[in-house]
Write a protein that binds this ligand. Structure first.
Ligand code: HEC
Ligand code: HEC
Ligand code: HEC
Ligand code: HEC
Ligand code: HEC
Length: 330
């Protein structure tokens, strides 16, 4: 090697070290340095937590976050030995296979379930959002698909929730999944955000929004009616486990103890191997059941229960009392 070549090589090496030094010294995340951060390699939702603590706190503890750890799911999937369950409960980003198509399973970060990267990461490594923000460290790119119903449909049409919504008045009016499941919230710094808890079947307040329950006495009959006024799909929806029960009992005049609670109706999509029709209540629809009132009745009582599984009984953690009515008879 000639001295000239040797010096040339040394300069090249020094140059490379210099470039690396400049790269390493570039503004860190807290400096809010814009463009360079878009080249950051996103491998975990933990990275987002650093700047999006509020969103993280909403998501953390949600059923999206626990989807792979959820004991109910682990039990039914035989600890995920049933491989097909992993695709939605521990998914790779939905944009990898294209929204609306089945996701692929991942094997990393079991504690992150359906995570920030699942819904926000594009195959080219950029963050997708409603608005483009080239000025902020994660430099999201605008992509309407990230907030579209089709994004949810990727995982939420297995038992027809998205189809039920499409057939409803809500779809015609343009009320989407996120209008109900991601309500607007005020962020501590700056403007409005969208809540990331995704309230559903595990939240009593959300469940109570689904229906309007009425009980009336007419012509010696107790008439109980449930109308699906607030769910953007069937009530209950999706999971074949779920059930909604209308129950009633009569309190006699003679002071004797009331009769047992009797089930007047169950709204439910049966398991595949179970006999019976799908009795879920479509959005906007009503169901009335009538029962003859026996003589000597002082009061009638009616209740509306939500059951996480068809085996949940009154008083179980899996049962939520949504409404109750009591009507004294003249
Ligand atoms: C170094 C800080 C930082 C990190 C790390 C970061 N972001 Fe951001 N991001 C911001 C700031 C600042 C904004 C603008 C203010 C806001 O919306 O909170 C923003 C905005 C956004 C927006 C909203 C764009 C819009 O519609 O207004 C999304 C979505 C987003 N980030 C997703 C992510 C995700 C997902 C991750 C992790 C993979 C992440 N960000 C990591 C700083 C960061
Ligand atoms: C196509 C995507 C997809 C696949 C595949 C899938 N799930 Fe799910 N699973 C969901 C969605 C979406 C929900 C939430 C909606 C709901 O609760 O009805 C859910 C909810 C559940 C729940 C209710 C959890 C709770 O706490 O109430 C159980 C249990 C469950 N899944 C078990 C399984 C099992 C077992 C498998 C494999 C046989 C499986 N899932 C495969 C998408 C999927
Ligand atoms: C990659 C798959 C996937 C995508 C995409 C997805 N979800 Fe989910 N979602 C799930 C799974 C799996 C569960 C159930 C997890 C569990 O209970 O273990 C779930 C649960 C829910 C629940 C019920 C929570 C509860 O506590 O009962 C709601 C509501 C929900 N998702 C709404 C949405 C909406 C709205 C979108 C679109 C913005 C969406 N999801 C996108 C997989 C997904
Ligand atoms: C199930 C899909 C889903 C998951 C999981 C998810 N997001 Fe989002 N996120 C959305 C959708 C959809 C919107 C846009 C809502 C709109 O404006 O219509 C959004 C909006 C945002 C915004 C802008 C609005 C706001 O509230 O500030 C930020 C920032 C954000 N997401 C960050 C995150 C972070 C960080 C995580 C993980 C902790 C995460 N997201 C997990 C679907 C998701
Ligand atoms: C008009 C408001 C509204 C709209 C629109 C809406 N939902 Fe819901 N959703 C509810 C209410 C209320 C509940 C609780 C009652 C129930 O489980 O049906 C619920 C429950 C759920 C659950 C929990 C189901 C379970 O059994 O665990 C999931 C998942 C869900 N919605 C997904 C979606 C998706 C996906 C869309 C869009 C295709 C959507 N929702 C549109 C109001 C809405």
């Amino acid at each position: 090697m000639s001295p000239a070549v040797r010096i040339g090589l040394a300069i090249a090496v020094l140059g490379a070290v210099g470039v690396a030094a400049v790269w390493l010294a570039r503004p860190g995340p807290h400096a809010g340095g814009g463009g360079t951060e878009s080249r950051r390699h996103w491998i975990s939702s933990r990275q987002c937590q650093e700047c999006h603590a509020e969103v993280w706190d909403e998501w953390h503890g949600s059923h999206h976050q626990i989807s792979y750890l959820n004991p109910e799911v682990r039990k039914l999937s035989d600890e995920f030995r049933v491989k097909e369950c992993q695709a939605c409960h521990l998914p790779r980003p939905i944009f990898e296979t294209g929204i609306g198509n089945r996701t692929l399973p991942r094997i990393t970060r079991p504690d992150e379930g359906v995570d920030c990267l699942t819904c926000h990461l594009a195959p080219d490594g950029q963050i997708l959002a409603r608005r483009a923000r080239p000025d902020v460290p994660c430099a999201p790119r605008a992509d309407a698909r990230a907030s579209a119903v089709e994004a949810c449909e990727t995982c939420h049409n297995q038992h027809g929730t998205t189809d039920q919504w499409r057939a409803s008045e809500w779809a015609r009016k343009g009320t989407t999944c996120n209008d109900c499941h991601m309500p607007e919230v005020q962020r501590r710094h700056g403007g409005k955000g969208r809540e990331h808890v995704f309230h559903g079947a595990h939240d009593a307040a959300m469940l109570r929004k689904a229906g309007t329950f009425r009980a009336e006495v007419h012509d010696g009959e107790l008439r109980m009616t449930l109308t699906n006024t607030g769910a953007g799909h069937n009530f209950p929806t999706e999971e074949r486990h779920r059930a909604v029960d209308i129950v009633y009992r009569f309190v006699p005049r003679d002071g004797a103890p009331p009769a047992e609670w009797t089930r007047a109706w169950r709204f439910r999509q049966p398991y595949r191997d179970e006999p019976g029709e799908n009795t879920q209540l479509p959005a906007g629809a009503s169901k009335e059941v009538r029962v003859a009132i026996p003589p000597g009745t002082a009061r009638v009582q009616a209740r509306l229960w939500y059951r996480l599984t068809p085996f949940s009984v009154d008083g179980d953690p899996g049962s939520t009392l949504l409404d109750e009515k009591e009507i004294p008879l003249p």
